[in-house]
Design a protein around this ligand. Structure first.
Ligand code: TXA
Ligand code: MG
Length: 344
């Protein structure tokens, strides 16, 4: 299944609320026999393989072109199945799971020896998550094994929120895509590490730091530099469209837009609040303008889908309005900062 040997990628449509058991059973059999299946979750599409089959897990890295140093999240059906992969399940993990599972929270705990090194990048911990999506749940239960699944995109590209996005990146590299429509959450899960004295936030997501702190008290936010070693998904350049993207403070947006248009560029503009006047200029000059919601949860739902769309419009540049510097926007700011080109 390497880059040279293309396989046939099958797509099966499936109802996101009441998945057809025959379809699930086909997908589960593929997982059980070491194959790769992309499936929807409440955050983004995952690229799944049997988490305790090291050969299958290596296939994920190969299909994505992902560095083997970046560990995978293991998806379980409930807090009982987690005991098959976690050597310890600390009190903090239990409290977080009972409040937020099933849901978009990934918890890093000590791993059991049965979990192959490929999953954890050789480390002593494993990241676990119980997804809140009927297709993901049914698939894990039918497969009767925990499912390792990163986002179903080529490494460092945008995460997929629709089956079409998965196909664009991974066609010919994976066995099956379960097409359950668009993912309701739209950005990846929050990742926390509960193995140390303090709980550490490794990746912001839809479960905010406030929500976590209401349940377990103080959470330490890891800045990017501190995060690189602990959570390689925090590598600066990640979640990127192919088109150059720049994150611009709202007050500078019009100047930057006009300058780019004067330079003859076709520009896409993405904002989170404004819905009128000056941005239309980008459209007049052959570009594009999208205003997402000023509600961060709604904006998250649309974010990747919009970036995927803009990425297909042959633009020279995407200018994104910097979202407010408030905690509710932390996850979106994080993803946009990674998508932006940092070197100009
Ligand atoms: O919402 C999500 O989390 C999606 C869906 C499919 O569940 N998955 C996802 O996986 O975003 P991925 O591989 O794209 O991101 C996993 C993140 C990475 O930042 C990775 O470095 C981190 O979790 N991670 C995985 N195992 C870890 C571990 N043992 N310690 C610290 N970070 C870990
Ligand atoms: Mg990813």
């Amino acid at each position: 299944m390497g880059s040279d040997s293309l396989m046939n990628t099958e797509i099966l449509t499936i109802d996101q609320f009441s998945p057809n058991p025959d379809t699930i059973s086909r997908a589960a059999n593929l997982i059980r026999t070491g194959r790769l299946v992309a499936f929807p979750t409440e955050t983004v599409y995952g690229l799944g393989a049997n988490a305790i089959d090291s050969t299958a897990v290596r296939g994920i890295f190969e299909a994505k072109g992902r560095p083997s140093s970046n560990p995978l999240i293991v998806h379980v059906a409930d807090s009982i199945q987690v005991l098959n992969v976690a050597r310890e399940w600390p009190e903090t993990a239990a409290r977080l799971a009972s409040r937020f599972w099933p849901g978009p929270l990934t918890i890093v705990v000590p791993k059991r020896s049965e979990v192959p090194d490929e999953v954890t990048a050789g480390g002593p911990t494993v990241a676990v998550r119980c997804p809140n999506h009927a297709v993901a749940q049914a698939l894990i239960r039918a497969a009767r094994v925990p499912i390792a699944a990163p986002s179903a995109n080529r490494s460092s590209e945008l995460s997929p929120t629709r089956a079409e996005h998965v196909l664009k990146g991974l066609d010919g590299r994976i066995d099956l895509i379960l097409d359950g429509g668009s993912c309701p959450g739209g950005i990846e899960s929050t990742v926390v590490d509960v193995t140390g004295d303090v709980v550490r936030l490794l990746r912001p997501g839809l479960i905010s730091i406030q929500m976590l702190e209401e349940v377990i008290g103080k959470v330490k936010v890891c800045d990017k530099s501190a995060g690189v070693a602990r959570s390689p998904g925090q590598m600066a350049k990640h979640y990127s469209p192919r088109t150059k993207l720049r994150l611009i403070p709202g007050e500078d947006l019009i100047d930057d837009l006009l300058e780019a248009i004067r330079a003859g560029l076709r520009v896409g503009v993405l904002t989170f609040s404004r819905n009128d006047a000056p941005w239309a200029k980008s459209v007049e000059s052959g570009g594009s303008y999208v205003n997402l919601s000023d509600n961060p949860e709604l904006a998250a739902t649309q974010l990747y889908d919009t970036l995927h769309r803009l990425d297909q419009e042959q633009l020279d540049l995407i200018l994104v309005e910097e979202p407010p510097r408030t905690p509710e926007w932390a996850a979106i700011r994080d993803r946009l900062a990674r998508a932006a080109v940092l070197d100009d």
